[in-house]
Ligand binder design. Structure first.
Ligand code: KG4
Ligand code: ZN
Length: 339
């Protein structure tokens, strides 16, 4: 089964073709980073307009790279939320038009589910439950995945997302947007023990995170002590990785998953991958981290998720009822949070 997937939830316009939930035949991503660097972040109206300009050529390119024509496509998939409404609408309306006119089923996919399935591309024998840590520019969530249908929210950030913290600290350090990769490169040359930044909420009996205090601590440190940028980057990155790893390991102890999944843009961070892997080793729980090429937003992850959720496919006129949902939740909250 060949699924052509479309992802346009934020500032990447992406299309991919995925066969049987495993083989990525093409994965085309057009990024708007250059444009948003000038404003130091994403301006939603600009993002939506650029999505509109690029989506057609990106879809055509995904077919070309996979060496397939439309006759070989069995279904369409699209990110229906969460994300920026204007950006999401471009992907959703394009997918609806294509599905209806070509008489193909359309599978709506939650963007965060995509980040989780990006970790599961190589999974052959499904061994539920998995515990997923999604760390991106907009989200920081711990999700228990008990089946392809059942996702339960176990913890989330109370304020900034982990990627947002990287981007805000990057701004304080005079780095360009998005700052994650640059902070990580600077940190490699710095001392992660140089500055004792806080690891928030560790004494609380829940699996939630908080990163806004860390950002304020970085601001205070920069304005009062003029430390080296390398040491700030290294100490900040270590504080984020520690906070994420400690809470994730606690949740893993509670929910006893067969593996922990690490997905989302921040999952490209080498220190985070290493810290989490080592911390889980004590519990003998393996880490399935997303391949770095599938960490930041792309459509292959939507095509992977769509195959396993194809029972949600909309057929015929049903496809016209699909709407973009900027706040689409992946999971309902767990009834009790215990540590
Ligand atoms: O998943 P993603 O592409 O978009 C959202 O759905 O938000 O994540 C983008 C985020 C940005 O905040 C970026 O700074 C961060 O991922 N990021 C990183 C790294 N690469 C990207 N953060 C830390 N280390 C990295 N190597
Ligand atoms: Zn994302």
């Amino acid at each position: 089964m060949n699924i052509l997937a479309i992802e346009s939830s934020c500032d990447e316009t992406a299309a991919a073709i995925v066969r049987d939930g495993r083989d990525i035949l093409s994965n085309v991503v057009s990024s708007q980073i250059d444009v948003h660097q000038a404003t130091g972040g994403v301006v939603p109206e600009v993002a939506a307009r650029l999505q509109l300009e690029t989506i057609g050529p990106v879809i055509t390119e995904s077919l070309k790279q996979a060496k397939l024509d439309w006759e070989a496509i069995n279904a369409l998939a699209v990110t229906s939320g969460p994300g920026l409404v204007g950006s999401l609408l471009v992907g959703v309306e394009t997918a609806k038009a294509l599905a209806y006119s070509r008489n193909l089923p359309l599978i709506p996919v939650n963007h965060l589910a995509g980040h989780l399935y990006a970790c599961l591309a190589q999974e052959t024998s499904w061994q539920f439950p998995y515990l997923g840590l999604i760390v991106s520019g907009g989200h920081t969530e711990l999700v228990l995945m008990e089946s392809h249908r059942k996702f339960t929210l176990v913890g989330s950030t109370r304020d900034d997302a982990a990627g947002e913290a990287f981007d805000k600290v990057g701004k304080l350090l005079g780095l360009s947007y998005p700052a994650g990769p640059e902070i990580s490169a600077l940190a490699a040359k710095g001392n992660s023990q140089a500055i004792a930044f806080p690891r928030a909420m560790l004494d609380q009996a829940n699996f939630d995170f908080s990163f806004s205090g860390l950002k304020t601590a970085v601001l205070r440190e920069i304005s009062s002590n003029s430390p080296s940028k390398k040491d700030v980057a290294a100490s900040f990155q270590q504080a984020v990785a520690d906070a994420l790893a400690i809470k994730t390991v606690r949740a893993a102890g509670e929910y006893k998953p067969t593996a922990v999944l690490l997905g989302g843009g921040v999952a490209a961070n080498t220190l985070l991958r290493r810290t989490l892997k080592n911390a889980l080793a004590n519990l003998a729980i393996p880490l399935l981290a997303t391949p770095p090429v599938l960490a930041t937003d792309n459509a292959a992850m939507i095509g992977l998720a769509a195959f396993w959720q194809k029972d949600r496919a909309l057929q015929d006129k049903q496809v016209l009822d699909l709407t973009a949902d900027p706040n689409a939740p992946l999971a309902s909250p767990a009834s009790a949070n215990v540590s």
